[in-house]
Design a protein around this ligand. Structure first.
Ligand SMILES: C[S@@+](CC[C@H](N)C(=O)[O-])C[C@H]1O[C@@H](n2cnc3c(N)ncnc32)[C@H](O)[C@@H]1O
Length: 315
C-alpha cells in the first residue's frame, strides 16, 4: 500500500514489508551478496551459506572482522550492554554475541518486523530483550546504561526524520562517551557510484509504483549537522555508515551554540579500522558563510533597471 502523497514509509510500514520479505524468502532463492558495484549487487549462486532469511546480505566473516576491531577500538571491556537496532534475522546479532562471549551484558533488540525476528529467535538461544515497536521507541531503556548501539544494514530502511529521532532519544540510554555504530546507510554527497545507482533505482521504483523493501537516503551534510547539533563527538562518517560517541546531553542546538560542526570522513569502515585517518571536514562543506541579504535598491534605481531591461528584452 502506498501512502498518499509521499513514498517515505513509517516504521510499521517498513516492518510489514520485511515480514512479507521473510515469508516470501524461500521462494526467492537468493545467493550470497559478495560484491557491491556501480552496476548492482553481485551474488554467489549456489552458495550454501544462505540458510535463513537475511543470510543473503553478506558473509558473517566480514562482520566478524569489523566487530572484533570495533570492540578493540572502542575499548569495550567488562560487561557490555548493547542495543541493536534492526537485528532482523539475527545475522549480525549472532556475530556480536559470539565476539562478546562472557562480556555479554544486557542485549536489547529493537525491530519493527515480528515475523522476520522469528528467525532471530530460532537462531539464538541466549535470552535477549526483544522489543518489537511500531514507531521509534526507546522508552524501555534505562538512562546511562548502554555501552554500544549497533545498527547493521538497517539504518538505510529508516527515514532521515526517524534517524534523527533515534539519535536524539538514544543519547539518554547511552553512557557518556559510548559509541553508536551504523553500518549500512546510503550517504549522498560522497560521489559514490554504488549509492547514486541505488538512488536512481529508488526513483525508478517511485515512478513505477514498485512497492516492497527499499532503501532511504541521506546526505553527508545532513548527517554531519544532525550529529553535531545533537552533541555527538568523535564523528566519523563513511560512505556507507558512521560512528560517533554520546557527548553532553543537550537539546538540538542552533549553529551559534554548536560552533564548528566538524566530522572526519574516511571512505570505508574497514579502512578506518585499518588505520586510514581520512580527512577532517566541517559543515557547511566548503561553502562560504552566508552574508546578510543586500539592502533593497532605492526606487529610482529600480525604475532605471526596468527601463534598461525593457530596452534590451522588449518587455
Ligand atoms: C536488512 S535487515 C538487517 C538485519 C540484520 N541486522 C542483518 O544485518 O542481517 C533490516 C532490519 O531493520 C529493521 N528495521 C527497519 N526499520 C526499522 C526501525 N525504524 N526500527 C527498528 N528496526 C527497523 C527491519 O525490520 C529489518 O529487520
Amino acid at each position: 500500500m502506498w501512502s498518499k502523497g509521499t513514498p517515505v514509509k513509517t516504521p510499521d510500514e517498513v516492518g510489514r514489508d520485511f515480514n512479507e520479505y521473510a515469508k516470501a524468502w524461500a521462494e526467492q532463492g537468493y545467493g550470497l551478496e559478495v560484491e557491491w558495484t556501480g552496476d548492482g549487487i553481485v551474488r554467489a549462486d549456489g552458495s550454501d551459506e544462505v540458510k535463513r532469511p537475511g543470510d543473503e546480505w553478506g558473509s558473517p566473516d566480514a562482520l566478524r572482522r569489523d566487530y572484533a576491531a570495533l570492540i578493540k577500538k572502542f575499548g569495550l571491556t567488562g560487561d557490555v550492554n548493547v542495543v541493536e537496532i534492526g537485528a532482523g534475522g539475527g545475522r549480525s546479532t549472532q556475530v556480536l554475541l559470539d565476539l562478546l562471549g562472557d562480556q555479554n551484558g544486557e542485549y536489547h533488540v529493537i525491530d519493527v518486523a515480528d515475523v522476520f525476528v522469528d528467525t532471530l529467535r530460532q537462531r539464538i538461544s541466549r535470552p535477549l530483550d526483544i522489543h518489537i515497536v511500531t514507531d521509534v521507541d526507546t522508552s524501555f531503556l534505562t538512562k546511562n546504561s548502554i555501552d554500544l548501539v549497533l545498527a547493521q544494514s538497517s539504518w538505510s530502511h529508516i527515514s532521515f526524520y526517524d534517524q534523527y529521532r533515534y539519535l536524539r532519544d538514544l543519547r539518554f540510554a547511552l553512557k557518556k562517551g559510548a559509541p553508536i555504530v551504523v553500518s549500512g546507510l546510503f550517504v549522498i554527497g560522497t560521489g559514490d557510484d554504488w549509492t547514486w545507482n541505488r538512488y536512481r533505482r529508488r526513483v525508478y521504483q517511485i515512478d513505477h509504483r514498485i512497492d516492497g523493501v527499499f532503501h532511504e537516503f541521506t546526505s553527508i551534510s545532513l548527517l554531519a549537522e544532525m550529529l553535531n547539533r545533537l552533541g555527538y563527538t568523535d564523528i566519523v562518517i563513511f560512505n556507507h555508515g558512521f560512528t560517533a560517541r554520546r557527548g553532553t546531553l543537550i537539546d538540538d542546538q542552533f549553529t551559534k551554540e554548536v560552533g564548528n560542526m566538524t566530522f572526519r570522513y574516511v571512505p570505508t569502515l574497514p579502512g578506518w579500522l585499518d588505520g586510514d585517518k581520512g580527512v577532517v571536514s566541517r559543515v557547511p562543506v566548503a561553502l562560504p558563510v552566508v552574508k546578510p541579504a543586500p539592502k533593497p535598491l532605492p526606487a529610482r534605481a529600480v525604475a532605471s533597471l526596468k527601463r534598461r531591461t525593457k530596452a534590451i528584452f522588449g518587455s
